[in-house]
Design a binder for this molecule. Structure first.
Ligand code: DMJ
Length: 450
């Protein structure tokens, strides 16, 4: 019902725009996708399909067939286009076998390749989809590329290169593999990966380490690359194991009140803060723990459960029962936002993502209970007349709305909630890995049907 409500309102007021503005009942285009449109359509395709919302899936598919225009000219985030558009199209293709999704994914994938043309081969963050010119984000220090951006390409580009049979896209495989070469050469402070790397020199530009924003999905794609390769990509597994060991050693902390969290690191100094984004890590660590050596398996499952429980605390300690954008463990604060600017919730998925993995891997009913709390809170505080909206302050029961139904709400938040309450064989973790936008990609690449 929630998905149908979110989709129907998007369709009615914003079809063809990137997101729905549910208060003003119009569409939002934004500047992340370089002139591409329909981010919500592409992000919603696989969720509609697995929820068996057949009519709505057909509406979305028809929009892709008739209106999805790739001949655009604008500045796009390589990362966002990859995870939402390429990931969404690939997943729709693998679930349905419909060629239109494959051909659009391949066509778009080719347009992203010029971003890799840098002295090191580390792609820049922004690309003009028309001219192929690329550059770094203005806000990224000294023209650097971001770990979570160039480190979150592997899953999709592996599929593109396998599906293409075309020499241009086949080249994308050595290009994404080269990213690991560059990372293996650069010295890692205490085994940690900083978030900013120069695409020109291949050295770190700033020593900020985070498992939340700017770093997050780099770690996720290491363990998922290994899983998607049917456990053959041992290089990725080793990089993941080593990175997690350094994180455990240097960043995992316990608060005075007994809550486990993962701090950020700035040139050797800890910032006792967790972003909402970092809450995906409970699920990732649990997933990785299934395949860890016996000695580490139990410890990692406990760590995953503790982090997920801390993220749950960040929700239960708010008045709305939704979590803030960031929460801190300092100055007497525990799992609560201490800054006005961090009190908002924009329909993010990471906490329910971890509930879904922990449920599937432990079957502890508390995860379904916690997921249901989120459903109720979303219904109470985020549902408005024409869709779902983010809220500006989770610590008030009459929050003001931000007038934005993010596309990842349909791709991720609602999909993970649905999967939390499904049987385990719906998109089984044995057969599928989810990209960082929750788009399922098959482990057995020849088995196309869900
Ligand atoms: C999504 O687009 C992806 O999950 C990404 O990895 C991080 N941010 C958003 C959702 O919060």
């Amino acid at each position: 019902q929630m998905m149908k409500f979110a989709w129907d309102n998007y369709k009615q007021y914003a079809l063809g725009k990137n997101e729905l503005r549910p208060l003003t009942k119009n569409g939002h285009i934004g500047n992340m996708f370089g002139g591409l449109r329909g981010a919500t359509v592409i992000d919603a395709l696989d969720t509609l399909y697995i929820m068996e919302l057949e009519e709505e899936f057909q509406e979305a598919k028809q929009w892709v067939e008739k209106s999805f225009d790739l001949n655009v000219n604008g500045e796009a985030s390589l990362f966002e286009v990859n995870i939402r558009y390429i990931g969404g199209l690939l997943a729709a293709y693998y679930l349905t076998g419909e060629e239109v999704f494959k051909s659009k994914a391949l066509e778009l994938g080719e347009k992203l390749l010029p971003a890799f043309n840098t002295p090191t081969g580390i792609p820049r963050g922004v690309i003009n989809l028309g001219s192929g010119m690329s550059w770094s984000w203005g806000w990224a220090s000294a023209g650097s590329s971001i770990l979570a951006e160039f480190g979150t390409l592997h899953l999709e580009f592996l599929h593109l290169s396998e599906l293409s049979g075309n020499p241009v896209l086949s080249l994308s495989l050595p290009q994404v593999m080269n990213i690991r070469r560059v990372l293996s050469r650069v010295e890692k402070p205490q085994g940690l990966y900083p978030n900013f790397l120069s695409p020109v020199t291949g050295s770190w530009v700033q020593h900020h380490v985070s498992i939340g924003g700017l770093g997050d999905s780099f770690y996720e794609y290491l363990i998922k690359s290994w899983l998607m390769s049917d456990k053959k990509d041992s290089e990725a597994k080793k990089m993941y194991d080593d990175a997690l060991e350094a994180i455990e050693k240097h960043l995992v902390k316990k608060s005075a009140g007994g809550l486990t969290y993962i701090a950020e690191w700035r040139g050797g100094i800890l910032d006792h803060k967790m972003g909402h984004l970092a809450c995906f890590s409970g699920g990732m660590i649990a997933l990785g723990a299934q395949h860890a050596a016996q000695s580490r398996r139990q410890r990692h499952m406990e760590l995953a459960a503790e982090i997920t429980s801390t993220c749950h605390e960040s929700y239960t300690r708010s008045d709305t029962k939704l979590g803030p954008e960031a929460f801190r463990f300092d100055a007497g604060s525990e799992a609560m936002a201490t800054r006005l600017s961090e009190r908002y919730y924009i329909l993010r998925p990471e906490v329910v993502e971890s509930y879904m993995y922990l449920w599937r891997l432990t079957h502890d009913p508390k995860y379904r209970h916690w997921g249901w709390e989120v459903v109720q809170a979303l219904e109470k505080h985020c549902r408005v007349e024409a869709g779902f909206s983010g809220i500006r302050d989770v610590y008030t029961t009459s929050p003001s709305h931000d007038n934005m139904q993010q596309s990842f709400f349909l791709a991720e938040t609602l999909k993970y909630l649905y999967l939390l309450f499904c049987e385990d064989d719906v998109l089984s973790l044995e057969d599928w890995v989810f990209n960082t936008e929750a788009h399922p990609l098959p482990i057995n690449h020849t088995d196309f049907k869900a």
